[in-house]
Design a protein around this ligand. Structure first.
Ligand code: KIV
Ligand code: NA
Length: 265
């Protein structure tokens, strides 16, 4: 199979082909997601919520991200694998950002990294890019700044923040990012960004006027239940099906139905 590269994504934008991106944190899920034809697999720091049960993305460590990323890489043969730099692994200075990115690339075998922020992290992005590591940007509702925002509500509804977001997107393109994620901003603003920059813009809660979409796989599949934002389309209710299968197993063990004669040696 032909691997998806950052160049393929750029061509897709030029041809008007939409990019499909999803999260994965482990080998088995990554294999299914890759096999289903997803273009980009994100080892998101949402693993902090989805895998570890934390309330925010802040607690997850670089070592933990590398463990998730290495597991995902072993399950993927086609998709581009992007890994989030976790909170605290890049904000200190550009050398720290570079060292964290190098560790991700060397120890997991992933293909690119993603960082949250605009102008304030340009120097770090420049340094990572100089080492030959492709960088994806992330603007809008950046969850690592949740305590600054104080709420998970839509960002950049006001003129001033919208202007700043457009300037940040231009700056990310100019420094050399190969794509940008826009999270939870008005569809009209996201469309404007996608028309302004030449690199692919991938949205989550950013409407249909962008170059691709990303969701958390566990949300799309209905494994997570509590998270219900307007932008989330649930394609399945896997939690119900898993609950059903597992309760049946419990009943079968208790009733001595399992294992039967053919299920033993
Ligand atoms: O961590 C994550 O899952 C993300 C996506 C929601 C874009 O950053
Ligand atoms: Na993230």
């Amino acid at each position: 199979v032909k691997r998806i590269t950052t160049h393929v994504l750029q061509e897709m934008k030029l041809k008007g082909e939409k990019i499909a991106m999803l999260t994965a944190y482990d080998y088995s899920m990554a294999k299914i997601i890759d096999g289903a034809g997803v273009d980009v697999i994100l080892v998101g720091d949402s693993a902090s919520n989805v895998m570890a049960g934390h309330e925010t993305t802040l607690p997850i460590t670089l070592d933990q991200m590398i463990y998730h990323a290495a597991s995902v890489v072993r399950g993927v043969s086609k998709a581009l694998v992007v890994v989030d730099l976790p909170f605290g692994s890049y904000q200190g200075n550009s050398k720290e950002a570079l060292n964290s990115s190098i560790r991700i690339m060397k120890e997991s075998g992933a293909h690119t990294v993603k960082l949250e922020g605009g102008k304030e992290i340009l120097e770090s992005i420049h340094r990572i890019l100089s080492a030959g590591i492709p960088v994806m940007g992330h603007l809008g509702l950046t969850p690592q700044s949740i305590y600054k925002f104080g709420t998970y509500t839509v960002r950049a509804k006001e003129e001033e923040e919208a202007e700043r977001l457009i300037e940040d997107a231009k700056a990310l393109e100019e420094v050399g990012c190969y794509a940008i994620v826009l999270e939870k901003i008005p569809a009209k603003l996201a469309k404007k960004v996608a028309e302004t920059v030449k690199i692919p813009v991938i949205g989550i809660g950013a409407g249909s006027g962008v170059d691709g979409q990303v969701l958390v796989s566990h949300d799309l599949l209905g494994i997570t239940q509590e998270f219900n934002p307007r932008f989330l389309r649930r394609y399945h209710n896997l939690a119900d099906e898993m609950h059903g299968a597992i309760s049946t197993y419990v009943e079968d063990v208790r009733s001595k139905d399992f294992p039967n004669d053919r299920e033993q040696y």
